[in-house]
Design a protein around this ligand. Structure first.
Ligand SMILES: Cc1ncc(COP(=O)(O)O)c(C=O)c1O
Length: 370
């Protein structure tokens, strides 16, 4: 039985009538940029993340960018950033002329290694950017202690982890800003690009609201150089249809991830993600490490059975061509290059059937030790 890595049709089909109604409402409103649906989604997402404010923006990457602009991060400032993450995390730092400082990650949670951050923090460091990779919260208590000690800001990259908790608290509100993405493959995926900032700080919220709209307030008076980082009304209206189901989606992802974890407990050829005791992950990805240089053979064997897999991420950011001469700290990394060679993500989407999941498990075992 083939099993896709992700099948959005299954998620969207039962909601088609509601999507069409939302579309028609926006069509008739003639409000296509920001507007009431964006304002409502901001309220709903802020409440969902237990934060005071939500600011809708054009993507998760732009959320990170606007967060740093609001904090005044710019040329020469250093930002501690995991080297093992999606490009957007670090691209936003470099676009502001700031310096991404590559911090290694832990080999079993894939999240920031604060011991490495301790070696790399300097008097130029302005912020640390924990990424809650694959849906599991980073060690936020330690990140907060670290940030307090060095007097730096925390910007959480929540792109893959909306709804995940650390010590029972939703991620996104542990620092100055949390940056969410509504890219279609995310746990709350939209119909194109979109993102949101969440924060508890009213002044930062106000600044981010201005920055996303050319630094403008009042109309045609620009106190800051911002940009066009606005969220579309249609996007917000469609996302509002899906938001009430988000916890159900999370629960289904958890059920699949837990079944994979149990099913692979005794498999010596793969390593599962370690879930830290404080975290309740939302499993945007279910990621394994395949040892012994056998990842490509593993993927090929699953592909022959029609099982989709993906590699997040095949190259650490420290080795990306565009960061040559820009990022620093890459030469000491050991875990990131190893993960880039070993990680593979399996299908783990809410609508996957138990039968499909068992098929994937069987395929992983069939690969076995051959
Ligand atoms: C960890 C991480 N950070 C940032 C982003 C950027 O989000 P977007 O694609 O909405 O710009 C993504 C997703 O693509 C991501 O996975």
């Amino acid at each position: 039985m083939p099993v896709p890595l992700l099948d959005l049709t299954r998620q969207h089909a039962p909601l088609e009538d509601a999507f069409k109604a939302a579309f028609e409402r926006v069509l008739r409103s003639n409000r296509f940029v920001l507007g009431p649906d964006v304002a409502e989604l901001e309220r709903e997402m802020a409440a969902y993340c237990d934060c005071g404010y939500g600011i809708g923006v054009s993507s998760g990457t732009d959320a990170l960018l606007v967060a740093m602009m609001a904090l005044g991060i710019g040329p020469g400032d250093e930002v501690l950033c995991p080297a093992f993450t999606f490009f957007g995390t670090a691209g936003s730092i470099a676009r502001l002329g700031a310096v991404p400082v590559w911090v290694d990650v832990l080999p079993d949670t894939y999240n920031l290694d604060l011991a490495d951050a301790l070696d790399k923090v300097s008097e130029r460091t302005r912020a640390i950017m924990p990424v809650h990779l694959f849906g599991q919260a980073a060690e936020m208590e330690c990140v907060q202690a670290f940030a307090r000690r060095f007097g730096i800001e925390i910007i959480e990259d929540v792109a893959q982890a909306v709804g995940a908790t650390y010590d029972g608290r939703k991620v996104g509100g542990f620092g100055a800003f949390g940056a969410l993405s509504f890219y279609p493959t995310k746990n709350l995926g939209g119909f194109g690009d979109g993102g949101m900032l969440v924060t508890n700080d009213p002044e930062l919220a106000e600044k981010a609201i201005r920055l996303r709209n050319h630094g403008m307030n009042p109309k045609y008076y620009h106190s800051l150089v911002g940009g066009n980082f606005r969220l579309d009304s249609l996007q917000a209206a469609l996302l509002r249809v899906k938001l009430p189901y988000l916890d159900e989606y999370h629960a289904a992802r958890r059920r699949h991830a837990e079944a994979y974890n149990t099913g692979l407990e005794r498999h010596a050829g793969v390593s599962r993600t370690r879930v830290i005791p404080q975290a309740d992950p939302v499993w945007n990805q279910y990621t394994l490490r395949i040892h012994g240089g056998r990842r490509e053979a593993f993927r090929e064997q699953l592909a022959e059975k029609g099982i989709g897999t993906e590699i997040y991420y095949p190259l650490g950011l420290q080795d990306q061509e565009c960061f040559e001469g820009i990022g620093i700290g890459g030469e000491t990394l050991t875990v990131t290059p190893m993960l880039a060679e070993e990680v593979v993500s399996l299908p783990c989407f809410p609508e996957m059937t138990d039968g499909e999941r068992e098929e994937v498990l069987k395929a992983v075992w069939d690969f076995g030790y051959a």
